[in-house]
Design a protein around this ligand. Sequence first.
Ligand code: NAD
Ligand code: ZN
Length: 360
Amino acid sequence: MSYKNFPMVPRVIFGRGSFNQLSEIISPNRLNTKAPFIYLVDDVFKSNTWLTSRISLSYDDKILYISTKEEPKTSQVDQLVEDIILTCKERPSGIIGIGGGSILDLAKAVSILLTNEGSAENYQGWDLVKNPAIYHVGIPTISGTGAEVSRTAILTGPKLKLGINSDYTPFDQVLLDPELTKDVEKNQWFYTGMDCYIHCIESLNGTFLNEFSKTYGEKAFDLCKEIFLADNLSVAESQDKLMMASWHGGMSIAYSQVGVAHALSYGLSYYLGVKHGIGNCLVFDHLEEYYPEGVALFKTMKAKHDIELPQGICANLTDAEFDIMIKVALSLEPLWENALGKKWKTIITPEKVKSLYQKI
Ligand code: NAD
Ligand code: ZN
């Protein structure tokens, strides 16, 4: 038995208002006094001076506002890297991602592709990255994905939706300021929060579980129950707790894996462009067979917060279209193995996957 040796985020700052310390945190990492810091910022913050006025730009530092209407693509990473190389006189000092899972994954991928040649699509998979990334900082503005702490940067490529999983992917610095999540819209708060909840359920009920994953997963699960079911938390407490639940949920899947909901959700996302948080909720709602208690609690949370999921997403798909989604879902072998064990192929068939998609 050989155990995996994981890198972790080496520096993290937590606190309401800690965003004010960004400039003092990153400035010692400026190279050659002038090489720029490039900020990748969700364009939801474009005219939000409460946030942007606190980003202090010097020399050739730049803010690139990025739409998250669609989830990150390998072609988008390639384009950003090309633009950065063309417009910067020297290799940047660092990449700072400010946003949700989409922006955090983009920041990780861009920092890797600035030091590794070719297209981002060449690095989708496990341990394909050869050179260390440039300094990269993650600042979540919505909580749940765990992307701030994970060893992957999930991208949709021409062939697959798959992460760049490598020792060079985790951030060098994470800044956790729960105040930054204050304007997240309620449905989105629920969907991305449920990503964390589903990470816990899939990790805690998986066959890969060990005490390392269990400890983090149980903590995140308890926090999720407090946030989404109890009535005694202030808004600030709820924001603080969800940010830490996301962190623990992300840590929980380092040694384990996600499961059935994520496998099916990747298929929905790849073919229909359904975003991760809502996609997971759409799928998880129909997974009583695999996660009976987790799904029951999810339905209680959904009712408590008056969340109505869209219906009939897959109603008009042809067999050929179902096949594309089924292929993506079934290609994620580690997820199925975690969920159902080594003999998962005898339990889950293309027909079974189709019958689940048909319910959505
Ligand atoms: P997101 O980053 O796409 O953001 C969702 C929406 O919330 C966007 O419209 C965004 O503009 C908005 N938003 C973000 N912060 C806001 C704020 N403070 N105020 C108002 N609006 C705000 O969504 P997400 O759910 O955080 O991330 C989903 C992505 O994360 C997917 O691409 C998924 O593949 C990826 N993901 C990655 C990992 C990982 O470990 N790397 C894990 C899970 C999911
Ligand atoms: Zn997820």
